[in-house]
Design a protein around this ligand. Structure first.
Ligand code: CTP
Ligand code: MG
Length: 394
């Protein structure tokens, strides 16, 4: 598989969206997460992307640290941007050049509604062309006006597209084009496709949705809030539940919610037998009506022998993202007499939050004994229950 890096440009000042005293738009909070986090989530979830770097304004370091939250572990160090978007992208490309990636996906931090499915189509198109960008055919009738706002002419909108991001390229080609543009003093290309076009690189258009909007004006911020509001007429909320049991076997540790816990036994299972993550994976799959863990990862398939269960959970999260949805909260209950969960609860919540790209307050982990009753009470194994809430676009 070719190596792909994602570069997210977030070094702009957001002047057009900014009210007095506002911070730059990419750091504003939208439905409980920063615009930047929304932009990063699908990139974290897309399995074809190997590393992600964010280009920021040097003055924004503290805002950045405070805003990337659960994604910190997925990101390389931030890169200092430049005066223009073009300069910021160029700085990002130079910073990753020594890794010699095959492909790059360049995305605006100001576009918080990116769908994983679009990333997949863009990268798929790169098999055939050196460049592929998200874009939308223009549907409005286009007018050219004089400075006073009176129509001079009506333009033919046939074959006219609105360019969005992500914009995906074969890395060596776009790096060379950016270097040449910089060397020749061109600094005003507002997107990378324009720069590629200038450099003679062929770029394909990949149809995208208008929801993949760029937040530019205060009105855009209001629209984005409405799109994400839990009771928005454009979304519905769904809940799923999951349950799982694993028996104890001789061993010295168990995996629970992604955390290795020393114990007098291990849990028996085909994968790492992380009963908490299995119940949670099923809860998420249940919320989107997409089968269960056994269907997607059959125990009969040797690929999953000893697998870390985060693979299953991340796959379920990706399925939600592919639908354009997002997980809003999850809650896991572990049923066991031992080991004690309390000392590990914070680590378990952090671990799940990291895998799902959620803020920790949206993740619950609880435990209970069964008062000595039943198989759990007899210490024969551990059971787990989970629920997940998912918001999906209608
Ligand atoms: N950008 C950047 N470096 C710049 C200018 C822009 O990284 N010098 C980024 C922005 O952070 C944004 C994207 O490029 O994610 C698209 O730019 P735009 O929407 O114009 O954002 P701003 O430049 O921040 O906004 P404005 O032009 O209103 O100031
Ligand atoms: Mg700008």
């Amino acid at each position: 598989m070719p190596t792909t890096v994602a570069i997210v440009v977030a070094a702009g000042r957001g002047e057009r969206a900014r009210g007095p005293g506002d911070i730059p738009k990419q750091y504003l909070s939208l439905a409980g997460a920063s615009v930047l986090e929304h932009a990063l989530r699908p990139l974290v979830q897309a399995s074809q992307i190997h590393s992600i770097r964010v280009v920021i304004h040097p003055e924004d370091r503290d805002l950045y640290e405070a805003c990337v939250g659960p994604f910190t572990a997925h990101l390389g160090p931030p890169i200092a941007g430049g005066e223009t978007r073009q300069a910021s992208v160029c700085a990002g490309l130079e910073a990753v050049a020594e890794q010699h990636p095959d492909r790059v996906l360049i995305h605006d931090a100001a576009r918080p509604f990116l769908a994983v499915e679009l990333i997949e189509r863009l990268l798929g198109t790169l098999d055939r062309t050196p460049g592929a960008i998200a874009a939308q055919p223009v549907t409005d009738t286009l007018k050219r006006a004089n400075p006073e706002g009176t129509i001079i002419e009506t333009l033919d909108r046939a074959n006219i597209w609105r360019a969005q991001t992500p914009q995906a390229f074969h890395f060596p080609g776009i790096l060379a084009a950016h270097r040449r543009a910089k060397a020749e003093g061109h600094d005003g290309f507002t997107d990378d496709a324009a720069l590629a076009e200038w450099a003679g690189l062929e770029v394909s258009l990949v149809p995208s949705r208008s929801t993949n909007m760029k937040l530019t004006t205060p009105e855009d911020l209001t629209i984005a809030e409405r799109l994400l509001a839990p009771l928005s007429p454009f979304t519905e909320t769904r809940t799923g539940s999951g349950f799982d049991v694993h028996a104890f076997a001789p061993g010295d540790h168990v995996w629970l919610c992604g955390v290795k816990v020393a114990h007098t036994h291990r849990l028996e299972g085909h994968s790492d037998a992380d009963v908490g993550l299995h119940a949670l994976t099923d809860a998420i799959l249940g919320a989107i009506g997409d089968g269960d863990i056994g269907e997607h990862f059959p125990p009969s398939d040797p690929t999953w022998r000893g697998a870390a269960s985060r693979v299953f959970l991340e796959d379920a999260a990706r399925r939600v993202a592919t639908l354009g949805g997002r997980i809003t909260n999850v809650d896991v209950t572990l049923l066991c007499e031992a080991p004690k969960i309390g000392p590990h609860r914070a680590a378990m919540r952090e671990s799940i939050a990291g895998m799902l790209g959620l803020e920790t307050p949206r993740v619950g982990v609880k435990a209970t004994t069964t008062e000595g009753l039943g198989f759990v009470g007899r210490g024969e194994g551990i059971a787990a229950m989970a629920v997940a809430t998912v918001v999906l676009p209608l």
